[in-house]
Every structure is written in C-alpha cells, then in structure tokens.
Write a protein that binds this ligand. Structure first.
Ligand code: DON
Length: 237
C-alpha cells in the first residue's frame, strides 16, 4: 500500500505565491512582470544607416529570417547565421500569376547563393555621401529604396519628406501595383493615372522601414530620418 509522504509546512514565500493564484481564472503572465521591462522584438529584417564625422557611411540591412536564423552563432564572432534557404525558388520551373517564381537563375544548387532583395544604399555626389538608406520588407525592399532615392535625387525632397512620402511597389507577379494607403488619400490623381495606364491597384497599410540619413552637401550637416511607419529613432552622438 502506498504511504502518504509526510507534508512539509509551506514556507511564507510559497504561501504568498499560492495566495496569488486564482483557481477560477488564468493569470495573464504580464501581470507577473510588473518590474520586468518587456521587450517587443520585431520579427522582420532590420535596417540601420550610420555616418560619422569623417563622413564614413554604413548602410546595413541585417536579416535572419525566422527567429534566431539558423540558430548557429559564429564561434568567436558572436553573431548568428541566418536561414535564407527559403529565398531560393521553392518549386523549380513553377512560376505563377500569384507571385511564385520558379525561373532558372534562383534555383537551389551546390555552392550557390540565393537571391536577395536587400538593397543597403549609399548615394554619393562627387565621392561624398548625400544619402544613406535601405529597408526591410522582402520583395518590397527594392521599391522602398527606389522611392526614397528618387524622392531625394529627382524630386529634391529633404530626407524627412522622402522617408515620409507614401510608397508603392510592383513585383512582376502578381501583376498589381500595391500602394500605401496614404498615397490613395494624398494623391488620388496619381492613382487615377496609373489606372489609366492599365495598372491594377491594391492598397496596403504600410511598406518598409527605411531609416535614412541625408547629408547637406553645402554645409556637410547630417539629418537622421527614422521611418515613422514602424518604430525606431534617429540618434546623434
Ligand atoms: O534577402 C531577402 O530579400 C529577404 N530574406 C529579406 C527578408 C525581409 O526583408 C523580411 N523583412 N521584412
């Protein structure tokens, strides 16, 4: 016959913890984290732009894909390796109107590097940087970066306005232009023109996260423009 184990007396701490348990209702974990700062870790690729007083500029787009990437840390270097394998074509030879691409150049093969849309960019004039930019966003990256560059270089916007301006994107397949909702609100005439040209148009809430730095070529001063679409801040030291 099984013998009941002798019961030890609960400690005051255990009693206190037990009192905090509501047998009728689950306790939200966050209620137990009052003095613990909770971080919201983004799941997407990260872009940062940096420049120092010597005008050495770095544009860095950093991607792991799934959390912790391949979960391998480079010994002695301390950074994680990504898992970009799903950037190879998924099904060789299968290209669909909905956006699956199966063309030859991006098929998996030994020793090959998969396609990437990442486009960290430094725009220079007379050998000196005037714009540092880039973005996460998978296939939309190239169009996000293009929007910022065109806004600065061709439309003469300052970097703040260039980052804030609504963006658009086209990825071959699906054969649709996707525009940020702000574009539809602020420039309906532009959408009308695109429709007249025969484009099908979808809207999306936002595209990219293009933290950028503009350099005034006459004064040499820098202006950091954090993208207000997601989060992040400009910092100067
Ligand atoms: O290299 C690429 O194009 C993709 N692996 C980047 C992924 C990405 O930007 C996801 N972030 N939103």
């Amino acid at each position: 016959m099984a013998r009941a184990l002798p019961r030890s007396k609960p400690t005051p701490r255990a009693r206190g913890l037990a009192r905090g348990i509501d047998p009728a209702k689950a306790t939200p974990s966050e209620e137990l984290a009052q003095d613990v700062p909770l971080r919201g870790e983004g799941e997407h690729t990260t872009h940062l732009s940096v420049i120092d007083r010597t005008r050495t500029a770095v544009s860095l787009t950093y991607t792991l894909e799934s959390p912790y990437g391949s979960r391998v840390v480079v010994p002695g270097a301390g950074f994680l390796l990504n898992d970009e394998m799903n950037d190879f074509n998924w099904l060789p030879g299968v290209t669909t109107r909905s956006g699956q691409v199966g063309t030859e150049p991006n098929q998996v093969a030994p020793g090959k590097r998969m396609l990437s849309s990442q486009a960290p960019t430094v725009v220079a004039r007379d050998g000196k940087p005037v714009l540092v930019t880039g973005s996460p966003g998978g296939r939309t990256i190239i169009n996000t970066v293009l929007c910022v560059v065109v806004n600065v270089v061709d439309f003469d916007m300052d970097v703040r306005a260039a980052v804030d301006a609504p963006r658009l994107d086209h990825e071959w397949f699906p054969d649709r232009v996707r525009v940020e909702a702000g574009l539809a609100e602020r420039h309906p005439e532009a959408l009308q023109k695109l429709r007249e040209l025969g484009h099908a148009i979808d809207t999306r809430a936002r595209q990219g996260d293009a933290h950028s730095i503009g350099v005034n070529p006459s004064t040499g001063t820098f202006v950091g423009a954090a993208d207000r679409r997601v989060r992040g801040k400009a910092a100067g030291y």
